[in-house]
Each structure stands twice: as C-alpha cells, then as structure tokens.
Write a protein that binds this ligand. Structure first.
Ligand code: DP6
Length: 327
C-alpha cells in the first residue's frame, strides 16, 4: 500500500496551451518536449489512511494544492473504493510552481507512485492518460528523452497520451534555466490557458499551427538540426505567448529581464553560439544549448543584468519506482 516514485520535469519545444475539455483535461492540440535530469520530483503514496494528507517540500499543504491531489486520487478511488484515503509526500529539488515545470514531474511521479502503491500495473499509455488528468504536461514526464503528446480524438480521452520519439541518449542538448525572479508565478497555467481559450482572438490561429510544428520539430530532432529546431521552438513559444497576451485581460508572464534574455539569446546565436530560448507560464527563460557550448552559454547568461541564477539540466530518463533510497 506504499510506493515511492521519481519523475523528471519536461520542457516543451512545441507548447501545450489550451484544452478542448477542461473536465477531462484534454488538450486542444498535441505537444512535444524534452525530459530533463538530474532535477526531479520524488513522491511517496501510502493508501489506507484515515484522511488524505499532502506534505509538499516538507510542509503540510492545504487549499488548492491539496484539493488538486485529492481530485486526482478520486480518479483511482472511483474504480477501487477500498483504497481509502492516502498520505502523499512529495518533494522537488528545484523551485515549485515557479513556471519551472513542477506540475509535469509532480503528477507523473504521483500517477506512478499511487498506482504502484495500489498494486495496479498500468500500460505506459494508461499511465500517461492518468497523469494527464492531473496535469497535461505530466503525461509527457513518464517517458525520458524527446516525447510527443498525442491530442487524441476520442471524447473520453483514452487516446490522449504521450509517447517517446527519441531516447535521452539521442542528442546531447542541455537546458539552462535562467531565473529572473524569486517566488511562485502569478497566474497558474490552468487559469492562464482557460482565459486564453475563452477570450483570445488568436487562440484558434495558435491551434491551427501546431500540427505542422509537431511534424517539423520531430524531423529536426531526428536529424539533430539545431538551427531548424531553434527557429521552430522559438516560434512555438512566442506564438503561445502571443495568444495568451491577446486574451482579455491579457495573460502576460514576462518581466523586463525575460525580454532582455530573448534579445541576448538571439544575439548569442547570431555570434555563433548554438542556443535558443523558450518560455513557459512564468517569467524565467529556458535556454537550449548544444552540450559542447553549455559552459560558454551559461557564463554569458550570468552576465545579463537581472539574471538571478542559472542552473543546467541534461536529457533525463523515464519515471521510475525506487526502492533503495530512504526518505
Ligand atoms: C506553458 O500542464 O501545467 O508549460 O494541464 O492545466 O495542469 P494543466 O497545465 P500544465 O501546462 C503546461 C503549459 C506550458 C507548456 C507545456 O508544458 O507544454
């Protein structure tokens, strides 16, 4: 009745932004990401408790984070009522809820630990479908390497799951997280994307461009064509943010340093450094770089005024159950 899982966060190269069914958390489009190590979420679930509890990064959680976990546990309890309540203990070795993809690794680790603790053995697709119902990006964090989320066509979401396209050993890309502020993000991604779907005149245009972006990004990754990937991934990030900024009221995640970083990364690339940027539901900038140039890129980013820190990640592997690491 007790299991511990580790999952790595992922960063999208083709963004997921908008749902076609909020209740089932079905994405409006596919998406494409790279899973990253060594950063990770570690989650322990024990069923058969007197009440649901969530301890997040060592502190008892209440309110929205707890409710979100309880709704997720309810998905398993619906089919297996004898499971009862659960204690969930989860920690991230990187900032939580700061637009650094903690919900991707969080719900992937929770899906794996909760099913394993319940004695259930799900197929990779079923596990991804389950994780997706916790958080859309989590469907991609069960697999390592380069991962494609399929939007699916079924109204019940059974075909909306992620599959690995290339293993983490395929290409030595690194991601430099350039932190532009401290603290949690202002608008949760769920809220920001719902506002975009409901009010942005550019939302449909954003969706229309995604299928071609997915095909092109997959081909660029397959061919290890960095220049092509840079152009496609920056376009996906900017188009996602353009659709969000056009919502009413506008969903704007950037601060001034975010914009300085966009210019700086493009300038560095023009000077010959293999770098490109992407930005998620927060003000930080993630800079992809080829492994051989990571140290030079990291040093250059640290020089930019307003950058509060830079940390480096590399391609990471599948989510997994661990047995040998005591909490
Ligand atoms: C900008 O997966 O956090 O990071 O399904 O509502 O939990 P919910 O959203 P979430 O959204 C991620 C948005 C993004 C882009 C991406 O990771 O594809």
């Amino acid at each position: 009745m007790n299991a511990t899982a580790i999952a790595h966060p992922n960063i999208a190269l083709v963004k997921y932004w908008g749902k076609r069914d909020a209740a089932l958390n079905l994405p409006a489009t596919g998406s494409y990401s790279l899973t990253l190590a060594p950063i990770r979420t570690r989650t322990t679930v024990s069923w058969g408790q007197a009440e649901d509890r969530l301890v997040l990064n060592g502190a008892e959680a209440v309110g929205r984070p707890l409710t979100r976990i309880q709704r997720f546990l309810d998905l398993l309890r619906a089919d297996h009522p004898s499971l009862g309540h659960a204690h969930v203990e989860s920690d991230n070795d990187f900032p939580t809820a700061a637009g650094l993809a903690s919900s991707s690794s969080g719900f992937a680790a929770l899906a794996l630990a909760a099913t394993s603790a319940a004695g259930l053995s799900l197929s990779p697709a079923a596990l991804s479908v389950l994780a997706r119902q916790g958080s859309g990006s989590a469907a991609r964090s069960l697999s390592g390497g380069f991962v494609e989320m399929q939007p699916g066509a079924s109204p019940d979401g059974r075909d909306a799951f992620a599959v690995q396209r290339y293993a983490e050993t395929h290409w030595d890309l690194r991601v430099l997280f350039a932190l532009t502020t401290e603290g949690e993000k202002s608008i949760p991604s769920t809220v920001g994307m719902d506002q975009t779907v409901a009010t942005s005149p550019y939302f449909q245009a954003w969706c229309d461009g995604v299928p071609a972006a997915l095909r092109d990004v997959d081909a660029a990754v397959g061919a290890q064509d960095f220049e092509r990937l840079a152009s496609l991934a920056e376009a996906s990030a900017l188009q996602m943010h353009a659709s969000a900024i056009a919502a009413v009221p506008g969903v704007l995640y950037w601060n001034g340093v975010t914009v300085e970083l966009i210019h700086a990364v493009r300038e560095l690339r023009a000077q010959g450094l293999p770098v490109f940027f992407t930005i998620d539901a927060g003000p930080h900038v993630k800079v992809f770089v080829e492994g051989h140039a990571a140290a030079a890129a990291s040093a250059a980013l640290r020089e930019i005024p307003g950058v509060r820190g830079v940390f480096e990640a590399r391609p990471g592997g599948d989510a997994r159950i661990i047995t040998d690491e005591p909490r």
